[in-house]
Design a protein around this ligand. Sequence first.
Ligand code: BJW
Length: 241
Amino acid sequence: MIDHGNIVILTGAGISQESGLATFRDADGIWAKVRIEDVATPEAYARDPDRVHRFYNARRRPLAERDVAPNVAHLALARLEADWPGEVLIVTQNIDDLHERAGSRNLLHMHGEMLKVRCGDCGDVVEWLADLGRDDQCASCGTTGRMRPHVVWFGEMPFGMERIEMALAGCRLFISIGTSGNVYPAAGFVQMVRELERAHTLELNLEPSEGATLFAETRYGPATELVPAFVDQLFTEGLSN
Ligand code: BJW
């Protein structure tokens, strides 16, 4: 009988690479062009907010203007969620909106969302498609100059950790797609699942990640090839024991 247990899928920048969005740590990635400590820490934002706003404004525009589209890997995961009898939760480290535009609904953006901004004063979160700057005012509390990208910088707590840990504890399959395994706590999820000894663990990536040896199974190649093929296999064979 086919096993239709719950599935947790962790995605990273690699799944959006073939949609035209840069990864972080590949040779031509974002961190080859800008330093983390200049744009992706609370200290960088406190020191030079204009620079941080420029960095995120440039990355927001192609998403806001819909210059990029979900690829077949995003679409395959949406099909999995729609048709799989068990629960499918996508935990994405990506701040793009390509999973939701592909149709995924049970989705958690653990590192935030590019098309939202947050007031540093009252914490209100709103959708935002335009450039953001120091002149922008919070519509909720009226404070000017405290609106920031709704993203998780180094040293900040990722979103939804309680829900993620519960889902990891209850899953029968954990799949990691297109992430280098450099950034915690996401990089530690495979270890958490392994310790419970009730789920299969699978890495789908272009090349072995930092934590590749922790996975029970690994497959390497572009996400647009690996992900649809694996989803097809799941529907025909179910989960492996
Ligand atoms: C393809 C492909 C194709 C390419 N098909 N594949 C020492 C030890 C342990 C931890 C720490 C430590 N010192 C500090 C920490 C904590 C720190 C951390 O992890 N630092 C490490 C650098 C060591 N982490 C944090 O600060 C986090 N917060 C935290 O820990 O809070 C405390 C806490 C404690 C306990 C529990 C819970 C919390 C916050 C991390 C925030 C990360 N923020 C960023 C920026 C966000 C916004 C933005 O986008 O600008 O998030 S950094 C950046 O890296 C971004 C990504 O989400 C994240 C992960 O990157 P990802 O997705 O893996 O991309 P790449 O480029 O690295 O990899 C792409 C992969 O795809 C590659 O493998 C390619 O081969 C592959 N690929 N093309 C398939 N076509």
